[in-house]
Design a protein around this ligand. Structure first.
Ligand SMILES: [Zn+2]
Length: 199
């Protein structure tokens, strides 16, 4: 097992009543285990309702973890590196000025660096539709432009994942993991997508 390995394990599916529409056994509760090198086991759980379309995913670790901060300079080489983001983690591209904080609807997911960038792109595009003043449009377009450059491998930038429950991970040998300081922990908020003003 090398440092960036994920081994996918058992999957289980249970039929349950939908927590949203109340459908009788219309929802599938799917759990999938994954073994992460130098990290331990995580369980990806997804609820999907066949009746109303409700879908929600979470990531849980089976072991207790400490608050941690993971960072990686995104290069063309790291676009395929796997990323585990738990629903409690704040994900940001601080040099570009975009941050996604956990909120009531936030989901845990397993993706790769490219997938994280695409999520940022979608968040920026929805901000472009939501806020039509000149300043917001200018900021969002500048962010979008830079994300596209990173996706094309033309720009290197820092990816930061801060998780108060330590359940996230960047599976790349070049990624750094450090404990979160008390100060950083205090500053981690819960809320919705925020686009920081570029300084
Ligand atoms: Zn439903």
């Amino acid at each position: 097992m090398t440092k960036d390995d994920i081994i996918t394990g058992k999957q289980a599916i249970i039929k349950m009543d939908c927590p949203v529409c109340g459908g009788n056994k219309t929802a599938n509760y799917i759990t999938q285990t994954h073994e992460l090198a130098y990290f331990g086991e995580i369980v990806e759980s997804t609820i999907q309702c066949e009746k109303c379309g409700f879908r929600h995913s979470d990531i849980i670790t089976t072991e207790q973890k400490d608050p941690a901060k993971h960072s990686l300079i995104i290069t063309k080489k790291s676009l395929n590196s796997r990323v585990v983001r738990s629903q409690s983690a704040t994900v940001s591209l601080p040099e570009i000025g975009i941050k996604v904080e956990p909120g009531p609807k936030s989901e845990g997911y397993i993706s790769n660096v490219e997938g994280v960038l695409i999520r940022f792109k979608q968040a920026t595009e929805s901000a472009l539709r939501m806020f039509d003043d000149e300043e917001s449009q200018k900021n969002a377009n500048a962010v979008l432009d830079k994300i596209n450059q990173v996706l094309a491998g033309e720009l290197e930038t820092l990816l930061l994942i801060e998780d108060p429950f330590g359940q996230s991970k960047i599976m790349d040998v070049r990624a750094k993991s450090e404990p979160l300081s008390d100060e950083e922990l205090k500053n981690l908020k819960t809320g919705f997508t925020v686009i920081d003003d570029e300084q």
